[in-house]
Design a protein around this ligand. Structure first.
Ligand code: ZN
Ligand code: ZN
Length: 367
């Protein structure tokens, strides 16, 4: 039986155990997972900051090889390399029809029920139903997804590196290119230099932002940010970030401030860091009940904008292959993102290191 990392209770370690995985039903795909990225959103679920239906096989960033397909599946076949999509769009709703699949209403349902489209789960342990996480559950040797939850990719890119495109890279680079549409010459400040923040930095570098100011509380992460294209770094524990950003932008403020942390204090700082008509882009996931308050009068006078970005406003079938092409062309960093590799048995250690800020990104790699 395949091994999987199961969350039974919040604030408790994950349990790594054998689970039964059913064959894919009509419209579903069985994937042998190659690698799963260790992302903060999983940690938020483990801490109870984001709700999930428990017990659940966690993991929402991953890549793998198709092993079997259910009836009617046409977009992939056994042997195909795929990246897993944590918001599998239905293709037919208001937003899907308008080419905004990241906003699909059906995708949210899978996220919160933990069950696939027919209302059931493919995972169980000793007869007990175990839920899917975001329709992905990549911390498992085998997982079943809806057909719309896998994107076929080129085979010449190392499959474990492609895993990162499924969340961190898409979310970060997409926030810059798709959501904010940063232009060459723009000045950008990025709060948080973890997996998503580093990809905001490299997205901004890719489109030719003039200044890319990375902010973090840890100097080792600011060093990562410079590697990914930050032109300036600020340690938020030691410096007055708002003043420093103003100084670096001729007293105006940045064109864009990206929050990759999901913290209300940082959103307030971000709003203070941008120039008139600049935009604050909310990317990081806060506690699901967090609220942002601000004084409306100066906000109106300044024409500042607050944008939000989910999954980098991605169309995974367009954007995942594009990002892998950029990697193959030497224009997107993936190798440098992976600080460490773990086995599935070390998954709790992987989350400890993530929480301690020791890594840019780590992956759990399956044999
Ligand atoms: Zn993620
Ligand atoms: Zn839809």
């Amino acid at each position: 039986m395949p091994k999987a990392a199961i969350l039974y209770e919040v604030h408790k370690p994950l349990e790594v155990a054998d689970v039964a995985v059913q064959n894919p039903k009509a419209g579903e795909v069985l994937v042998r997972v190659a690698a799963a990225g260790v992302c903060h959103s999983d940690l938020h679920v483990m801490h109870g900051d984001l709700p999930a239906n428990l017990p659940v096989v966690i993991g929402h960033e991953g890549s793998g090889v198709v092993e079997a397909v259910g009836e009617g599946v046409t977009s992939v076949a056994p042997g195909d390399h795929v990246i897993l999509v944590w918001r599998a769009p239905c293709g037919e709703c208001f937003y899907c029809r308008r080419k905004l699949p990241a906003l699909c209403d059906e995708a949210s349902k899978i996220r919160f029920t933990g069950r696939l489209n027919d209302g059931t789960s493919r995972f169980s342990r000793d007869g007990q139903e175990i839920k899917h996480f975001s329709g992905v559950s990549s911390f498992a040797e085998r997982t079943v997804l809806p057909e719309q939850g896998v994107v076929k990719i080129r085979k010449d890119v190392p499959i474990e590196k492609a895993a990162l495109v499924g969340c961190a890279v898409m979310t970060g680079v997409g926030a810059v290119i798709n959501t904010a549409k940063v232009q060459a010459g723009d000045r950008v400040v990025v709060f948080g230099a973890g997996g998503v923040g580093l990809n905001i930095v490299q997205g901004a570098a890719m489109v030719g932002a003039e200044k890319i100011i990375a902010v973090d509380l840890l100097d080792n992460k600011l060093a990562y940010a410079r590697q990914f294209g930050a032109t300036h770094t600020l340690n938020g524990a030691k410096e007055n970030v708002v003043e420093a950003v103003k100084e670096l932008t001729d007293g105006l403020g940045a064109d864009y401030a990206f929050d990759a942390i999901g913290n209300v204090k940082i959103l307030e700082q971000g709003l203070a860091c941008i120039r008139k008509a600049g935009a604050l882009v909310c990317v990081g996931m806060p506690n699901h009940q967090a609220q942002l308050a601000f004084t409306v009068f100066p906000f109106i006078l300044s024409e500042k904008r607050i944008l939000s970005s989910i999954y980098g406003s991605a169309d995974p079938w367009v954007d995942f292959p594009k990002l892998l092409n950029l990697y193959a062309a030497g224009k997107l960093k993936l190798d440098e993102l992976i600080s460490r590799e773990y086995t599935i048995d070390q998954v709790n250690e992987a989350f400890r290191a993530l929480e301690a800020g020791e890594v840019a990104r780590s992956i759990v790699r399956f044999a």
